[in-house]
Write a new protein. Sequence first.
Length: 167
Amino acid sequence: MDENNDVKFTKKDFAVLGYILLGIAIVTVIMTWISNNNTDRTSVPPALPKTYALNETLIDGAFSYKVTGAERDGQLVTVNVRAVNESDEAKTLYTGTMKLRDDSGRTYDYDTDYLAEGTLNPGIEAEGRITFKVPEDASGLQALVNTDVLGAMYGDGAGYTKVNIGL
């Protein structure tokens, strides 16, 4: 050292300091990873949404639905459904709230319907049939119900209530 007490660092000093900082960073990453992987493994996973069977009543939004049966004739699958406005005000029933999904994950919009669309007053029931055109190899069919119109139009099925229709 000279008389001004200036400290001079060499390239070797900077390299050692760099290795020390790198080591601290690696230890920090490892400790963070270990602490994240040591979470309580006994916690209960979230409950999966219930999948309904034929003739079970489900509530979706303002309506209760009951899928009372389903028939298949080649590519045509007809689903018999009953809907009741359970709210305390008039609500619009829209056939497009129901889709079909097969066990390959393909979804199908309705082809024709014989279900009274339109406004249902509180406590009023509509009953009818909704027909879907699906490939003949489609199996494991489920009716998907979602009264949220935007979710029904643009959703991927995640927000739908599922009903196994036995086909």
